[in-house]
Design a protein around this ligand. Sequence first.
Ligand code: SF4
Length: 358
Amino acid sequence: MPVIRKNTKKIKVGNTFIGGDSPISVQTMVNADPHDFEAVSAQVKKVEAAGAEIVRMTVPDEESAAVFSVIKHDGVKIPLVADIHFDYKTAIAAAMCGADKIRINPGNIGEEWKVKEVATTCKILGLPIRIGVNSGSLDKRLLKKYGAPTSEALAESALLQAEMLEKYAFSDIVISIKSSDIKTMTEAARKVSSASDYPLHLGVTEAGDEYAGLIKSSVGIGALLLDGIGDTIRVSLTADPVKEVYAGREILNSLGLLKSGINIISCPTCGRTKIDIIKIASEFRKIANQIDTKGKRVNVAIMGCVVNGPGEAREADFGIAGGDGFAVLFKNGETVGRIEECDIIDALKKETLEYIGN
Ligand code: SF4
C-alpha cells in the first residue's frame, strides 16, 4: 500500500516547492565557516551533487549574509536557506542578499515587531519563512507554562508563531518542530499537522553520529512519513553533510517515496554465499551514490546465491546472484549471463547506465 500524504499548502522555495503535490525533498545543512564564502560554496556544490534538494546555512551576522549572493553567482541551483537565530536584522540582510527561504526560531528572535519586520521583507521579496521550533530553545513563556519542552509546548509555540505571521498577512510558512526525543518530536508534529495545513519539515535534532543518528532519524521521520505527515526532511548527523543527504534519500527510498534513484536490494548473506557479497554491495553503493538516474528509479539486486537470489529479488529490474567465484546476471527474473567475481561491480555499473539510457 502506498503512503497517502496529507495535502498541505504548496510553498515556493527558490526553483522548487515544499508541500502540496510536490515530492518530499531532502535537505541538509552545511557546516563550513560562514565567513569563508569559498568554503561554503564548495560545500554547497558537494551536497548538491550528492542529491540535496535544499540546503541551509547558518548566518550568524550581517556580514555573513553576503554569502548568498556569492553562491548564487557560483552556479549553485538548489534553494538556499538562511538559518537565523536572535537577530532579525541578519534575517533581513540574508533575504536581501538572495536567500530563498528564511528560517527563524520563535524562541529567540525577540519582540513581535521584529518578527513583523522579517515577515514584511519576505513578503515583498516573495520568500517563505520556516518557523523552526526546537526543544533546546523553546520560548521562555511556554517553558514556564508547561514546565518542560513537551510536545504540547512545542506545538503551541509553532502555531502561535504561525498566527503571528498570519496577523501580518504572511502565510508562506513551513513549520518544523525538532527534539532529540523521538516521542516528543513525533507527537508535536502530529499535533501541528492536525491543527494546520502548513507543510512540515521533519527532523530529529542532535540525533548522534552517523550510525545512531541514522537509526534515530529513520524511526522518528519514518514514523511520521508512514502516516502521510511531512513534506521535507533533514537527517541530522554528526558527520559529513553529504552523509545526511544519502541518509535522507534512503529513508524516502525505503518507504517508496523516492521516484528516482537506485534502489539496492541485497541479501543478508548466509552459509550458501560463495562470493564477497558484502564488499560488492558496499562498493556498488558508492558507485550508485554518484549516478544521476535522470528521474528514473532503478531496482538492482545483489544476491548471494542462485538458489534463492533471483526469486527473493523478484522486484529487481536486474541483478546478480552469486555462484562459486562467479555470479549470474538476471533481468526480470531470467538469467541472461555469467560474470566472473572480479567483474561484477563493473557489470552492475554498466547495466545501470544502460538501464537509464546513458
Ligand atoms: Fe543465503 Fe542465497 Fe538468501 Fe543470500 S539469497 S541469504 S545467499 S539463501
